[in-house]
Design a protein around this ligand. Structure first.
Ligand code: ZN
Length: 348
């Protein structure tokens, strides 16, 4: 079968690999019908050294179950399913608390890392712990809702997690840093949770226009001190109760603690590309700022978010502005890296 492999920074290839097959009684084999490229795939695309590759890519997909191990009970051959970006058993203590990204099962973890021989940007995937990981979709594989349902695998759940971890509710003013797919869906999620003011910080007009459509009340195009000043001007001088940091760089973090209001929360889902960051008197401590966020347990949110997609209340699939087949995946990475594509949908 064919799959996407990253050999090093800037070098993504479609290659023939051994067919995915059932290995454990709890596995399912899924033929991928829709997948995509993630903003987080762009970190290795920018920096992976040759000894880091070749690595299987892709952690967001929808597909049809082709086969199941003998212990799988919740999905069966022919079902259309969505897979979250993390594998989880659904039964351990962490999963029961809704933190599926910390699942204690030995086979749990992330595609590509903990499940090294599988990836969503491929024709098929062996899904470990299928009962805990996969969710059946009540539509056909060619449904117009597939792009929006595909965002349940990562970006919608991740934007929602940012908002939930930040404590967004109807009484909060929210700033969202980043106009990538996650930032835009953090806007949608904050709107869905009733935030009274949502300020989107981003510089690409087509993207911030979509952000307004998703619920942003204000757009700030400047960054750094100037951007922080604008946030304060828009909020009576104090900043926002919550900042959703959806970029992952140190300047974005600095912008977050500059824009947050005393007693407020910075919630990070942009995968931080730093280990050391200011947390002392001059940054977080002086005004009781909380730091929240982490890898989103998107599996915990699928049942909650899916009805709003099925009934048309939200259309998170609008973040996909490009569709390609597997052969177009290397170009898809290029176009997302140079920001000519917001998010690329793959039809293998
Ligand atoms: Zn678990």
């Amino acid at each position: 079968m064919r799959a996407t492999l990253m050999h090093r920074a800037g070098d993504v290839r479609i290659e023939n690999v051994p067919d995915s097959v059932i290995k454990h009684p709890t596995d399912a084999l899924v033929r991928v019908t829709a997948s995509c490229i993630c903003g987080s795939d762009l970190w290795p695309y920018a920096s992976m050294s040759p000894d880091g590759g070749p690595a299987r890519m892709g952690h967001e997909f929808i597909g049809v179950v082709e086969d199941t191990g003998r212990e799988v009970t919740t999905v069966k051959r022919g079902d259309l399913v969505v897979a979250p970006f993390a594998v989880s058993d659904g039964t351990c203590g962490f999963c029961r608390e809704g933190l599926h990204t910390s699942c204690a099962h030995a086979q749990a973890g992330f595609w590509g890392h903990d499940v090294p021989d599988e990836g969503g940007q491929a024709e098929a995937v062996r899904v470990p712990l299928a009962d805990g990981t996969l969710v059946k979709l009540p539509v056909a594989a060619d449904s117009a809702l597939v792009p929006s349902l595909l965002t349940l695998s990562d970006v919608f759940g991740t934007g929602h997690h940012a908002a939930v971890a930040g404590g967004v509710n109807a009484r909060t003013r929210v700033a969202v840093i980043g106009d990538g797919a996650v930032g835009l869906l953090a806007v949608l999620s904050a709107k869905r949770l009733g935030a009274e003011q949502i300020i989107l910080m981003g510089r690409h007009k087509a993207r911030t226009d979509l952000g307004r459509e998703f619920g942003a009340t204000d757009v700030v195009v400047t960054r750094g001190e100037e951007g922080i000043t604008q946030i304060r001007e828009l909020t009576g001088g104090h900043g926002t109760h919550v900042v959703l940091e959806c970029v992952g760089t140190m300047p974005a973090y600095e912008q977050a603690f500059g824009a947050v209001r005393p007693g407020g929360t910075i919630s990070r889902v942009g995968v931080p590309q730093y280990e050391a960051a200011p947390i002392g008197f001059a940054s977080l401590f002086r005004h009781n700022i909380r730091l929240a966020g982490g890898p989103a347990p998107v599996r915990a949110y699928i049942e909650e978010l899916m009805p709003d997609i099925l009934n048309g209340t939200v259309e998170p699939g609008k973040v996909f502005d490009t569709t390609t087949d597997l052969d177009g995946v290397p170009d898809g990475y290029r176009h997302m890296a140079d920001r000519t594509s917001l998010k690329v949908l793959i039809k293998p």
